[in-house]
Design a protein around this ligand. Structure first.
Ligand code: ASP
Length: 291
């Protein structure tokens, strides 16, 4: 299951604008299906799929990420392995085109689970990971949006990306990657890389990836709320995601949504925002994409 962000996404209400986004999700779902059918592990699959979305300038992650107040690109990503709750996260990292892969390296390092800003970049350098000039991550569309929002316009859609998967061994994994919110202040980090808020995976329950206003999602711990609801609410994924977004709405009037796959491979999604871009393949069936 993949998503390309929850938000107003007003542009995607126009049928003429939607096809490239839906096409991108379909392509990623096809990639994920192929990898899983070949016996790929859920953790590898969510990383591979998230990388493709990070590389796609349509989305607010990697190349095409939104710009911060100073016009720079600071990226957040988290990845989690449901087998043993291993976790890797990076936040406010610059010059890395695929922060999800840096987060994966943090996960594998075993010593730390969360690195930020200069420390994350230093870790990437120690690994010999390729660096890009920050302007290579910037698109003209994001520059125009940055000018509008800094001049007082309401921020429009975002386009954070996320992926959850269950492999043929029954293991779950989740990844979320974002540029955050447009014109965000220095050092601001949202929910996306934070386990229990924007990303979560536990083989005993489910894998979750979220999107929306990170401040709201952090306050309620949206991903963990859904996992908790699943565990204590009869293990129905549709109910669990609804419980989570009801809680988000009721407690903080929050804007956001989530995708969830449970340990039986059942998929669910819910959101409080006008739209959420998402797609899924349930039990090896048809590709379904929705806005
Ligand atoms: N949740 C992300 C953040 O607040 C943004 C988004 O999902 O659009 O950083």
């Amino acid at each position: 299951m993949v998503h390309g962000g929850a938000g107003d996404l007003a542009r995607l209400a126009d049928p003429a604008q939607a096809p490239p986004y839906l096409h991108a999700l379909r392509a990623v779902l096809d990639l994920g299906r192929g990898l899983l059918q070949a016996g790929g592990h859920a953790l590898d699959v969510v990383e591979a799929c998230t990388r493709v979305l990070e590389d796609d300038p349509l989305f607010n992650a990697g190349r095409g990420a939104v710009l911060d107040r100073e016009g720079g690109v600071a990226l957040d990503a988290g990845i989690m392995d449901g087998r043993d709750l291993r976790l890797g996260a990076v936040a406010a990292v610059r010059r890395i085109a695929n922060p999800v892969s840096l987060a994966r390296k943090v996960l594998e390092s075993g010593s730390h689970v969360f690195l930020v800003a200069g420390g994350a970049l230093r870790f990437a350098r120690e690994l010999g990971m390729a660096e890009v000039a920050e302007h290579e991550l910037v698109t003209p569309e994001r520059q125009a949006e940055h000018r509008r929002v800094c001049a007082g316009a309401e921020p429009a859609e975002q386009g954070t990306v996320g992926c959850v998967a269950r492999d043929r061994h029954g293991h779950l994994a989740a990844a979320t990657s974002t540029g955050g919110l447009v014109c965000k202040g220095p050092g601001r980090v949202g929910d996306s890389p934070v386990a229990g808020a924007g990303v979560w995976a536990d083989d005993e329950t489910c894998a979750v990836s979220c999107s929306g206003r990170g401040e709201d999602l952090l306050r309620v711990g949206l991903a963990r709320t859904a996992a908790h609801a699943l565990m204590h609410g009869g293990m129905d994924p549709g109910v669990a995601v609804q419980v989570a977004v009801d809680h988000l709405r009721r407690r903080v009037a929050g804007a956001g949504g989530l995708i969830l796959i449970d340990r039986g491979g059942r998929c669910a999604c819910a959101y409080t925002t006008p739209r959420m871009l998402r797609g899924w393949i349930e039990h090896g069936g048809e590709v379904v994409c929705r806005i």
